[in-house]
Design a protein. Structure first.
Length: 362
């Protein structure tokens, strides 16, 4: 458990779950910013996002309009009453944002991976009384994410939230950034009071993936969504493929199914019974895994006596192929099976390594 001191967000707005933040990836022109904001305000959106300093992967692309965008956001606030937020990546950004009365800020994924940058931002925020959101670092490192939250909280910022925007992977994937839901779920388990907002735009990277990711976020009971919205997405100067129009976002939000996080009594008995069965089976799984590890330890001792390497690639490949065939015949997904056996194999290797090198480890 992490001991963060967390206060509720935007209490005066009395926002209902899910909290929705929407707006363009980047503020491009005054007209584009204001038009997008007006349409979103008409749909009842209260929190407007727009990037004005854009951390781009490659140089030579649009890097944001900079400080002049802050004036446009002030107009958005005055005209629509929406709260406005920008991404900050250094102390100067924080000073400019605070000076121009920006209502909330977030730390981007590339910045939260860098403790020096996060500390600089935290120090610049000291004394400010605004909500601050910390996006997950680009790499799936929960400790680094929590560390960034702790730095901001350590500077006295209590209106704190996390934004889950997925994790980058090498190679081709359906997602732009893989959601790895187990990581934000673990964050929630470790810091239950911390609101977690899901960013389906950067997870998906493509418009068509948005509805399913948003629904999944709701089904996992996360607190809100931050969605990139542009009046003319095709023509956007950054992240064109993932932005949607205000009308599209309204339709998407209307179609979201909000399920009950509490379990109703009527369902209670049946669910209790099924959970009881799961508890028994989990216990059996643990017994079997423990037995398997004991055998693997015995193999480790045999390998040590006979001076054989721990890793026997032929045997490992054989196990993997056989287990996947066996699992498929039992209706289990091959990827799921691979994951389980990779993990079991890794643990066996770790244990054998300790056994075989016991004298080195003493
Ligand atoms: C953004 O929100 O526009 C952004 C740059 O996101 P991330 O830091 O998640 O890449
Ligand atoms: Mn973006």
């Amino acid at each position: 458990m992490s001991n963060l001191n967390i206060a509720p967000l935007f209490t005066d707005l009395e926002l209902k779950r899910p909290i929705i933040m929407a707006g363009p990836c980047s503020a491009e022109t005054e007209i584009q910013t204001l038009e997008t904001a007006r349409l979103l305000a008409m749909m009842g959106i209260r929190l407007f996002r727009a990037g004005i300093w854009k951390p781009r992967t490659r140089p030579g692309t649009f890097e944001g309009v900079g400080v002049k965008g802050l004036m446009w956001l002030k107009k958005v606030r005055n005209e629509t009453g929406m709260r406005t937020g920008v991404e900050v990546a250094n102390a100067l950004h924080v000073h400019e944002a605070l000076q121009h009365e920006i209502d909330f800020v977030w730390i981007g994924a590339r910045t939260s991976a860098n403790p020096f940058a996060v500390q600089e931002i935290a120090d610049a925020l000291r004394g400010a009384d605004i909500p601050v959101f910390v996006k997950n670092p680009v790499n799936p490192d929960l400790e680094l994410w929590i560390g960034a939250l702790e730095r901001i909280n350590g500077a006295g910022i209590t209106q704190l939230g996390a934004i889950h925007r997925g994790f980058s992977t090498y190679g081709i994937s359906e997602y732009r950034n893989h959601p790895q839901w187990q990581i934000p779920i673990e964050l929630h388990r470790r810091i239950p009071a911390l609101p977690i907002i899901i960013d389906p735009s950067h997870i998906g990277g493509k418009r068509k993936l948005l509805p399913a990711i948003c629904q999944e976020a709701m089904d996992l009971n996360f607190d809100g969504l931050i969605i990139e919205v542009h009046i003319n997405p095709e023509e956007a100067w950054s992240d064109a493929g993932q932005q949607v129009t205000p009308v599209e976002v309204a339709a998407l939000l209307n179609r979201l199914i909000l399920r009950n996080p509490e379990i109703k009594n009527i369902l209670g008995n049946e669910l209790d019974e099924l959970r009881r069965q799961i508890d028994i089976i989990d216990n059996q799984l643990l017994d079997i895994l423990s037995e398997r590890m004991k055998i693997s330890d015995a193999i480790g001792r045999y390998k040590q006596r006979n001076n054989i390497t721990i890793l026997q690639s032929r045997r490992y490949n054989e196990i993997m192929n056989n287990r996947i065939c066996q699992a498929t015949a039992k209706g289990l997904n091959p990827d799921f099976t691979t994951g389980i056996f990779e993990s079991i194999h890794e643990e066996s290797i770790n244990r054998q390594n300790i056994i075989m090198n016991s004298e080195l480890n003493d």
